[in-house]
Write a protein that binds this ligand. Structure first.
Ligand code: AMP
Length: 115
């Protein structure tokens, strides 16, 4: 797949507010936050979209959830609640084709979808 800005952030080639990194995933603050806490969690080895996911990606995708839980606790939003979003392709508004999980919280997030 083509390199993206998130690949550059994972490799440290593009500046970002990185809050967590390990051998499988990287997490950094969204540059245009939609909530008081808005963090993106990405697999270090890029996958374009959920529609490209294969069994070999399971370790990194599973790690994204444990990191989401850890960051939600550290950010103080675990108790009140938070939302995880993975936009996939055009109709979901995916902008960056390096699969990423949005971790959102810190305010009431309203209904899941608006009509
Ligand atoms: P999506 O629409 O699900 O593809 O989300 C892409 C997200 O990436 C948006 O919320 C953008 O604000 C965010 N974003 C784009 N460029 C950067 C960047 N350089 N650093 C951090 N977040 C970014």
């Amino acid at each position: 797949m083509a390199d993206t800005i998130f690949g550059k952030i994972v490799r440290g080639e593009l500046e970002a507010d990185v809050v967590y990194q390990d051998d499988l995933v990287t997490a950094f603050r969204d540059i245009q936050p939609k909530a008081p806490v808005h963090i993106l969690i990405v697999p270090n080895d890029p996958v374009e979209t959920v529609a490209h996911v294969e069994p070999r990606h399971e370790a990194a995708l599973g790690r994204m959830f444990t990191v989401a839980r850890k960051l939600a606790e550290e950010e103080g939003i675990a108790e009140d609640g938070f939302r995880l979003i993975v936009n996939t392709r055009d109709q979901a508004g995916q902008e960056v084709y390096h699969l990423h999980m949005h971790l959102l919280g810190g305010r009431s997030l309203g209904p899941m979808l608006s009509r």
